[in-house]
Design a protein around this ligand. Structure first.
Ligand SMILES: C[S@@+](CC[C@H](N)C(=O)[O-])C[C@H]1O[C@@H](n2cnc3c(N)ncnc32)[C@H](O)[C@@H]1O
Length: 335
């Protein structure tokens, strides 16, 4: 597959890298993970802060991102083609037990969105694929060819938060009885005819395309599997920084951080916080959003939310956090 010559502008770059606190000599020579290399905006900023003995282990599930990483010629840097749900296995392969920081900048990159051949966009016609890793799994077209109307309705309503999910699912089932749905333009037209109310400034296919993208890439399951692995591999004082781009993802991150920190305790508990057993994470400040200036320069930053937390030295009992994620990632708790 050819590498699209399209750029990605890193979102919340300074804020996310600052959250990793690569500030002391010891931390500069630590090991960090960029779980979502993309085009390497965050990776390059991390490398610029690392000391000579520091290391950066990057992952991406998209072969085009892996190809783009060849530009980084730095002995402190390594990248693996893997989904971040396999973070622990990647670290094992790299011979790494504990890390000082994990960054995840979730969702899709601009090169993925803007290359019609990837099938993410309703604006330009292309094959209806939408896989971030086209070497694995089922494309959007394949899923739509076999899913039941009920499955479509649930996915489009649940992942797309589309009010007209019922009508869209029916329209897709009717359309696929007439012809195979193989192109983004075909699907966008079917959805546009089924969605009755237009949201200002939004293409009627936006929500359905978002739903299919989340479904095809198992985006929420991936996050639910990655978070406990990241927590389990953080050294005491290590930082976790996650940027999410839609509310379903952000809700999952927020619930996990709360469950792993004292914030998860009921506020009316008749005990003082300092008398409670220490929790494995300490949430760092409030969720951060991009500044007006960043949004003006990069509209994609508008929906970004950064959450960060620090690993304490409390003993980790992952089972205690289970309820925060079971909805999306029961497998996360197997090992
Ligand atoms: C928003 S972009 C990251 C951009 C990057 N921070 C930069 O500065 O260029 C998200 C990237 O994460 C990758 N990605 C998304 N979900 C993933 C997953 N579950 N495992 C591995 N990579 C993933 C995508 O392929 C995409 O390249």
């Amino acid at each position: 597959m050819s590498t699209p010559i399209l750029a990605h502008r890193a979102v919340l770059l300074e804020e996310a890298v600052a959250a990793l606190a690569i500030t002391t000599d010891e931390r500069r020579d630590g090991i960090y993970v960029d779980a979502t290399f993309g085009r390497g905006g965050h990776s390059r900023a991390i490398l610029a802060r690392l000391g000579p003995a520091g290391r950066l282990i990057a992952l991406d599930r998209d072969p085009a991102a892996i190809a783009a990483a060849r530009d980084i010629q730095d002995p402190r840097f390594v990248i693996e083609h893997a989904p971040f749900s396999e973070l622990a296995a990647v670290l094992d392969r790299q011979g790494v037990a504990r890390v000082q920081g994990v960054l995840a900048d979730l969702g899709v990159s601009s090169p993925q969105l803007e290359d019609p051949a990837r099938g993410f966009s309703f604006r330009a016609d292309g094959p209806l694929d939408m896989r971030m890793d086209p070497t694995r799994g089922v494309s959007a077209a394949q899923w739509l060819a076999t899913a039941t109307e009920q499955q479509m309705r649930e996915a489009i309503g649940g992942y797309g938060e589309e009010r007209f999910a019922k009508q869209v699912a029916k329209a897709i089932v009717d359309a696929r009885a007439r012809e195979s749905l193989l192109r983004t333009e075909q699907l966008a037209a079917v959805v546009a005819a089924a969605v009755r109310t237009r949201e200002a400034g939004q293409n009627p296919a936006t929500r359905t395309f978002q739903a299919l993208r989340i479904l095809v890439n198992r985006e929420l399951e991936e996050v639910a599997l990655m978070l406990p692995q990241a927590l389990a591999r953080l050294a005491a004082g290590g930082r976790l920084a996650v940027i999410s781009f839609h509310s379903l993802e952000d809700r999952l991150v927020k619930r996990f951080l709360k469950a792993a920190s004292a914030d998860s305790l009921p506020p009316d508990l008749p005990i003082r916080a300092r008398d409670l057993p220490q929790q494995p994470l300490r949430i760092l400040g409030k969720a951060q959003r991009a500044s007006d200036a960043e949004v003006a320069a990069n509209p994609r930053a508008r929906s970004a939310t950064l959450r960060a937390a620090e690993r304490t030295d409390a003993i980790l009992d992952l089972a205690v956090l289970k309820h925060a994620l079971t909805e999306h990632g029961p497998d996360a708790w197997r090992s």
